[in-house]
Design a protein around this ligand. Structure first.
Ligand code: BG6
Length: 485
């Protein structure tokens, strides 16, 4: 019963990325198109908000396909990690990374998603990446699906609305588990599985013009994803008994705007809609509050015999989540909810915001950790956290990102407090440890990295990598295991 003080030995410090935002080489060595290859860059002035990234109709999708490479599709080029992974991994190693979060692009392994046999060249690429990481003793943490649904599955099946995707995903998971066993010990199934509530195309590959009742389609698709995830957990344990596999939630703690009971109740209900995902994936069953929500909203989930058993018998080993912000909820229906990223639109007057309006709340991370641990009592892993900011390269080439250092320091301090409070936290991978393409806005100029990449929103630049001031700071954080902040 010894209580942990400060970061435990073996804490998994590192950085996080996703294939579609980093690799480039979108049509090389047999890779098929995936959903994010179809999202174009829209300049800030013309954009409604930061999560308008969905392709919404089959017609729009076919038009985008017909455009070839003429439009600006930033995720197709990424930051050329496909060719520069050795240089990038050497920089991660120099920072002392214990772990590196990355995703496998499903469409690199199964170009159409429903193929019967994998694309060998795709498998070889990740072999090379894992071998390179292993040279430096960096443990890969691999997401199976990070907004990378093969496009063919959208066009032919309307994504996860179709039950057949469960089998395609299981085939993909089994293939990569078999192939990379011995090389990868930490796995995640779906990145930010709750994203489908905001972006049906990115989260579940759904074209909303193809369905009658969008919410119904989204929750049905999510049911298929839950089953696929649980089956992947089962397979992972069978194929690699020593491996650990987790779920991944975009966690958004909801604060009531005031102590008025109406605000408190709405905050609680909003929070439940977010925790629903981990309730299913960690506790192994649909929570009653959600069944009641389905009933009220005329949503009927079609389940096959055995689905509930699969969910119950194969919960995840740990809970991972991204943390960028908290939300504020009001019981007053007149308080119009304007959409801005994921948050409700009600501004928290006690917090500052990033240049993209994301409210910065380090203490909210401590609250998040304590609440999640109270609820689930499983190891927690923060697999994304960071500050998207404009960086300036000075004349002497330096990049003085003190704001980023301040951001991470404040969050890491709160992680330490949470550990001291008794939370079992096993790791921290900062988002976009190297500058990459933004998921929400497809900008390059929204930078998160400790490593600068010379490229602009239109793909101009040398792609040269440069260390920012935060590089040495994070290196010392890792070296001192979170003591020197
Ligand atoms: C998370 C995603 O939503 O937030 C990442 O898992 C994403 O893929 C990150 O990049 C930051 O969001 P954005 O829109 O600033 O890139």
């Amino acid at each position: 019963n010894k209580k942990q003080t400060g970061f435990p030995e073996g804490f998994l410090w590192g950085g996080a990325t996703a294939a579609n935002q980093l690799e480039g080489a979108y049509n090389v060595d047999g890779k098929g198109l995936s959903i994010f290859d179809m999202v174009t860059f829209v300049p800030k002035e013309q954009r409604g908000n930061d999560i308008e990234m969905d392709v919404k109709s089959l017609k729009e999708l076919e038009e985008l396909l017909a455009q070839g490479d003429e439009e600006n599709f930033p995720k197709r080029r990424g930051i050329d990690f496909y060719n520069r992974y050795k240089e990038d991994i050497a920089l991660f190693a120099e920072m002392g990374f214990k772990t590196f979060r990355m995703s496998i692009s499903w469409a690199r392994i199964f170009p159409n998603g429903d193929d019967l046999t994998p694309n060998e060249e795709g498998l070889v690429f990740y072999d090379k990446v894992f071998d390179e990481l292993s040279k430096y003793g960096i443990e890969p943490l691999v997401t199976l699906s990070h907004y990378e649904i093969p496009l063919h599955l959208v066009r032919k099946y309307n994504g996860w609305t179709d039950r057949r995707l469960v089998e395609f995903f299981v085939r993909y998971a089994e293939t990569v588990f078999d192939h990379y066993k011995g090389k990868v010990k930490y796995w995640l199934t779906f990145n930010e599985i709750n994203i489908s509530q905001f972006s049906p195309y990115i989260g579940s590959g759904i074209l909303v013009d193809q369905v009658e009742h969008v919410e119904q389609a989204v929750y049905q698709a999510l049911h298929h994803q839950f089953v696929a995830s649980a089956r992947a957990v089962k397979l992972c344990h069978e194929i690699m008994p020593e491996a650990k596999i987790g779920c991944m939630l975009a966690r958004m703690e909801v604060y009531p705007e005031t102590c008025h009971p109406d605000d408190v109740l709405v905050a609680l209900e909003e929070d439940q809609k977010n925790l629903f995902f981990t309730d299913v994936q960690v506790r192994g069953a649909y929570p009653s509050y959600m069944l009641s929500y389905f009933e009220k909203n005329n949503i009927k989930i079609e389940m096959l015999p055995g689905d509930e058993e699969i969910l119950l018998q194969h919960p995840v080993d740990f809970l991972s989540f991204s943390y960028y912000m908290t939300q504020v909820a009001s019981g007053n229906p007149d308080k119009l909810k304007q959409k801005g990223n994921f948050s409700s639109g009600i501004i928290n007057p006690y917090l500052k915001s990033s240049d993209w309006g994301w409210q910065i709340d380090p203490k909210g991370l401590r609250i998040t950790l304590k609440k999640l641990y109270d609820r689930y009592q499983v190891p927690l892993f923060i697999v994304e956290n960071g500050l998207g900011a404009y960086d300036k390269v000075e004349e002497d080439g330096s990049i003085n990102d003190d704001y980023r250092i301040d951001y991470h320091r404040a969050h890491i301090e709160q992680m330490k407090e949470a550990i001291n409070d008794g939370v079992d936290l096993i790791g921290y991978t900062s988002w976009g440890c190297i500058d990459l393409i933004s998921a929400g806005t497809s900008e390059m100029s929204k930078r998160y990295g400790f490593i600068y990449v010379d490229q602009d929103d239109y793909g101009n630049g040398s792609l040269e990598r440069k260390k920012k001031k935060s590089f040495d700071w994070y290196k010392e954080v890792i070296r001192s295991n979170g003591t020197n902040l």
